[in-house]
Design a protein around this ligand. Structure first.
Ligand SMILES: [Zn+2]
Length: 320
């Protein structure tokens, strides 16, 4: 049944996927399938206009669901401090603000916020591609590069919400030297983070360094066998494999679910599985590398799951 023909009053929670250019608001039923959804542009001029726009979305969701206290989660493109709720490193006017608390002060009810990569990981761990795995790492290969970790269907947030911030690992020195790759400044202020060459925007810089042409991730993904694109993807896969190896060494997930625009590269999961096999420690079990079940809609779905808290997620009990 399509979202438009299903009854929004059966909603149990809602998710708002807050992006740099659009806000997508979705109601979910008890199986965490979407009931209805809408998109609005993200206002960029001030925090107060952003809050106002989000309050309008909260009111629309609660009106559609006919529930004044409908729990709502917001996925944001930045870290959220798990102790204070302050957004940090967000490429939004919400940076440095307590977005969920400020919205609750205006609209009441339960509103939570989390990093969108963490929401993706939670969504794929609970009813998604990672459903039958206990330690699920969700890896977003999008405009930026980030991820999130779930253990038995629960997000692992750590002291600062950092688990999954793989975009700020250092690039592997031997590959940088072998291919004379540039060490670029990252948005975090450091030099040579993986994000600068492995993310969707980073792969264009990698293409420039290797071929002299700055091809976009979309160009490369749409023609992966074209000779220059193939060359870029070969080095990109080596860099990504080193990152996956580091993820395995310190997080040791039993599955990695890929998301973001680059995950649309044909058979990327096979490419990365083979690349990881080349560099992983011998004799260790390798994580299964999977396509996402929900893809772009996982941000809002994960945020909605988060808004219910774990104790109420009876349909998604931790797997044994
Ligand atoms: Zn960085």
């Amino acid at each position: 049944m399509s979202a438009s023909t299903r009854n929004p009053t059966t909603a149990v929670a809602a998710g708002i996927d807050l992006g740099g250019t659009k806000i997508e608001s979705t109601l979910f039923d008890s199986d965490f399938l979407p009931l209805t959804s809408r998109r609005q542009p993200t206002p960029g001029n001030s925090y107060s206009t952003l809050l106002k726009a989000l309050e309008t979305e909260v009111q629309w969701l609660r009106h559609e669901a006919t529930q004044k206290d409908l729990p709502i989660g917001i996925g944001i493109p930045g870290l959220v401090d798990p102790q204070t709720g302050i957004s940090v490193s967000a490429n939004l006017t919400a940076n440095g603000q307590t977005l969920a608390q400020d919205l609750m002060a205006r609209a009441g009810g339960t509103i939570v916020s989390a990093n969108d990569c963490k929401c993706f990981a939670l969504s794929e761990a609970c009813g998604g591609a990672g459903e039958n795995h206990s330690r699920v790492f969700g890896l977003i290969l999008g405009t930026g590069l980030g991820g999130g970790l779930c253990q038995d269907g629960q997000l692992v947030l750590g002291y600062n919400g950092l688990p999954g911030e793989v975009g700020h690992y250092g690039l592997p020195a031997h590959i940088v030297i072998e291919h004379d790759l540039p060490l670029l400044k990252c948005g975090c202020g450091r030099i040579g983070c993986t994000e600068t060459l492995i993310s969707g925007t980073g792969i264009a810089q990698l293409s420039l360094a290797l071929t002299g042409n700055e091809r976009s991730a979309v160009d490369i993904a749409s023609a992966p066998d074209e000779p220059d694109n193939s060359k870029v993807l070969e080095v990109w896969s080596k860099l990504a494999a080193e990152m996956l190896h580091t993820i395995q060494l310190h997080i040791d997930p039993d599955c990695i679910v890929l998301g973001g625009g680059l995950s649309n590269i044909v058979e990327l999961e096979t490419r990365l599985t083979n690349a990881l096999n080349e560099v992983a420690l011998p004799s260790v079990r390798r994580p299964e590398i999977l396509k996402p079940a929900f893809g772009d809609s996982s941000g809002g779905r994960g945020a909605a799951l988060l808004s219910l808290g774990t104790e109420e997620r009876t349909d998604h009990e931790p797997r044994k």
